[in-house]
Design a protein around this ligand. Sequence first.
Ligand SMILES: [Zn+2]
Length: 159
Amino acid sequence: MTPPGPEPKFLADSMLGKLARWLVLLGYDARYAHGAGVADLELLEAAHREGRVFLTRDTKIPAVAGLRMIVVRGQRFEDQLKQVQRELDLKPDRKRLFTRCTYCNIALEELPRAAALPLVPPLVRELQTPFFRCGSCKRMYWSGTHTDRTIKRLEKLGL
Ligand SMILES: [Zn+2]
């Protein structure tokens, strides 16, 4: 058995924002090009420089030596996610779920309960869950029905 390599990082083109957010949710470092107007070749270069797998819907992109690229075919993000998982043989680790901000793609920091409570809605304060905050956009994260739903969806996908 080969030891697991470092986890792949991703750069997705602007057509694949939803896919990128789901990869972030799974704990992967996945950046995506916001908005149109960023030339695909620029993205390619950035992916190459940062050692990221380039995810694109553009079938005309030339192959670049040393760059791992996946031309994503499915329309539904579920199919897209499955394709990426299959091609890279990803084995998402449940412990890494919800460890990054899905808006900023940076690692969340855990907040002490006392510091977190004033920052979340009243009903959420009743939950016995650790609280996390994104240091960039200050969004709060916690475990609740939304995370349960997400986990169910991922389980249905076999992830
Ligand atoms: Zn954020």
